[in-house]
Write a protein that binds this ligand. Structure first.
Ligand code: CA2
Length: 164
């Protein structure tokens, strides 16, 4: 037996297989969460949200990979990464919700469960926020629950993953 094979065998016997993370993707300007416009988006920062998600994931026996980008292509690349490495995708595409066919196409090429989160109630806001390209792909949409929406989405993701 080669050293490499021996290594693999030890892994199989001794280790629990690594849990594939749920990708939590945040779109443009959400890096400003908690720092500007608290009347719309609340006072929690994205780091606070990521920490709360990590705690809840542990409680639920899940893992999370929390990412934010201001760039559409980067979000597309992470969705592609999730095709191989992710158990599910929770996404707040932010303004790209209302414009991005590229993100919709990437999600359509992703086989696992997708949940869409909006911190604010997009249906109570300007008309241009009422339509989201992503909603037609998502198993569910949460809007207007503040940052708690991410935690609700993770609980729902647990249910969806248990069914697969
Ligand atoms: O309500 C949501 O979560 C949104 O996805 C947020 C987007 C907006 O374009 C969508 O219509 C609804 C905007 C994200 C901007 O985030 C900021 C957070 C704090 C301060 C400034 C911007």
């Amino acid at each position: 037996m080669s050293d490499r094979t021996a290594e693999k065998t030890t892994e199989k016997v001794g280790e629990k297989p690594a849990t594939k993370p749920v990708y939590v993707l945040n779109g443009p300007n959400l890096n400003l969460l908690g720092l500007r416009q608290p009347e719309i988006y609340g006072r929690e920062t994205l780091a606070d949200v990521a920490a709360a998600l990590a705690d809840l994931a542990e409680e639920l026996g899940l893992a999370v990979r929390c990412l934010q980008s201001n760039h559409e292509g980067q979000l597309v690349d992470w969705i592609h990464e999730a095709r191989l490495q992710g158990a599910g995708v929770i996404i707040n595409p932010a303004a790209y919700s209302h414009t991005s066919i590229a993100i919709l196409d990437a999600l359509n090429a992703y086989a696992g469960p997708v949940l869409e989160v909006h911190i604010s109630n997009i249906h109570k806001r300007e008309a241009f926020r009422h339509h989201s390209y992503v909603s037609g792909r998502a198993e569910g949409v949460i809007a207007g629950f503040g940052t708690e929406g991410y935690l609700l989405a993770l609980r729902r993701m647990k249910t969806l993953l248990a069914k697969t």
